[in-house]
Write a protein that binds this ligand. Structure first.
Ligand code: SF4
Ligand code: SF4
Length: 112
């Protein structure tokens, strides 16, 4: 299994998660992060750290699409290990439904 980042990270991108990961397996897109499924050691430390409640174990049902997104983009986007500045409007988007369809960006972030 692995932990993965899901829909509610999009445009929230608080980045509290990257500071606690012992194996630095977060990767940064323009407006969300993903976890590399083969690097994650399933420690679960990041899950309660996410203010947007966006991190889930892939054993939960209905997350197949998100496992694929985490796998695909963790191979493309740069690694991130330090928390940057969260978007100024992050709170406005927390909990908005259907963010993937409306706002997902395949563009890479800056990494750190
Ligand atoms: S803490 Fe949550 S919302 Fe913030 S970047 Fe990590 S997964 Fe996304
Ligand atoms: S479960 Fe552990 S290893 Fe996996 S992304 Fe979270 S903190 Fe990193």
């Amino acid at each position: 299994m692995t932990y993965i980042v899901t829909d509610n990270c999009i445009k929230c991108k608080y980045m509290d998660c990257v500071e606690v990961c012992p194996v630095d397996c977060f990767y940064e897109g323009e407006n969300m992060l993903v976890i590399h499924p083969d690097e994650c050691i399933d420690c679960g430390v990041c899950e309660p750290e996410c203010p947007a409640d966006a991190i889930r174990p892939d054993t939960e049902s209905g997350l197949e699409q998100w496992l694929e997104i985490n796998r695909k983009y963790s191979e493309i986007w740069p690694n991130i290990t330090e928390k940057g500045d969260q978007p100024a409007d992050a709170k406005d988007y927390d909990g908005v439904p259907g963010k993937f369809e409306k706002y997902f960006s395949a563009e890479p972030g800056e990494g750190s």
